[in-house]
Ligand binder design. Sequence first.
Ligand code: SF4
Ligand SMILES: [Zn+2]
Ligand SMILES: [Zn+2]
Length: 215
Amino acid sequence: MDWRNRASCLNIPTNIFFPGTDKQTDKRYWDTHTMCRKCPVNVDCLADALNNNYEIGLFCMPERVRRRFKAKPPKNLFITMRETFTTLDIIAAEFNKDGSLLRKRCLRCNRKSKGFPKDFQNWGGRSHICVSCHIAISNNKQADKLLDREKPSKALPEFDSHGQLITKKCTKCWERKEADQFSKRPQGIGGKTSWCKACTRKNLEQWVARQKSVE
Ligand code: SF4
Ligand SMILES: [Zn+2]
Ligand SMILES: [Zn+2]
């Protein structure tokens, strides 16, 4: 049986994948990503897109992701698929009742924000970088490079209205902890290390123990 017969988008008009062609809300556009993510044949669809120069297949992929795949075809389609869609969890978009975007996570500053410029080439029909970040890097010569960088953090930090870190996940034990459970590190998210104090201590103790056993 042709994989297309098992596609989640079977019998769905393809224009839902292309915002701007119809009355398209942010929510509706977002839903297409969710549909492709759960689609049982998304790997076949990606393979087809690769074989057909991206003219067809995997409609929900933002243009920039397609460009990246085109420049460097993925080696393992399953892993690529999983990693690509993991970004959706991190962005965690929320919507208003009318389908417009309420807030999502900025992939540069990692804050949940309400202000994102329109950008139909990106997840949810909005830029993945918030307005404040756009302004912050607008004078930077490397701005284009920065805008093209998609490095979501799995630490899922929460900030207060003053931009101070409240909690984030330790990237060693993956527990969500209060900001004071992390040591200072200016380059880190929220000005803190990515490992919590307990994990850092444990790691140090293990290192000392290993050194002693060598002696
Ligand atoms: S992954 Fe491909 S086949 Fe599946 S819903 Fe998305 S566009 Fe359709
Ligand atoms: Zn930002
Ligand atoms: Zn930890």
